[in-house]
Design a protein around this ligand. Sequence first.
Ligand code: ZN
Length: 158
Amino acid sequence: MIATMQVPKAIEAWCENLERYSDFQNRLPRGRTYLRNGSVIDLQIASGEVKALVCGSSVYQVAVKIMPVSKARWKSICKDCAGAIDSLVELLQGRLSRAVMERICREKTGLFPSPKEIQLSCSCPDWAFMCKHIAAVLYGIGARLDKARTPLPASPTG
Ligand SMILES: [Zn+2]
C-alpha cells in the first residue's frame, strides 16, 4: 500500500472525535452537507482558535476555541514524540508525520480536545451548544487536515 492510504486517518480521527459530541448527532450530518455545498466561505486556523464564516440564510461567524492541553498530557505526548510537535496549529494544518499523528490521535491521551476542552460559538439565532454552522466548521477542519496532507495539482478557478 502506498503511503497516501494513511492520509484519511487524520480526518477520520478528527471526525470520530467530533462524534463524541453524541448529543448533537442530528446537527452533524447537516454540518457535513453545509461543508459539501461550499457554505464555509472562510476558515482560519490560528493558535488555540479557529474562526470561520458560514453561509446559511445569512452569513454567520463561528468561533471554535480550544483550551490548552493539560501539562501532564502534553508532557507525555512530547515524550512519546521526542519533541516532534510544536503546536496544535501544526496538527490542524496537517504538518505532522504519520507516527506523530498516530500518537496524538490516540483517544484520551492524545491531543484532540474532549468536549469539555472546546468552546463553540456562532452568531446565528439558532444558538445551541452546537448548530449546523459550527458542525460545518468542525468538519471543515477535518477536511483541511485531509487537504494539507494530500498534494493537489494547482487548479484554475473561475
Ligand atoms: Zn449557527
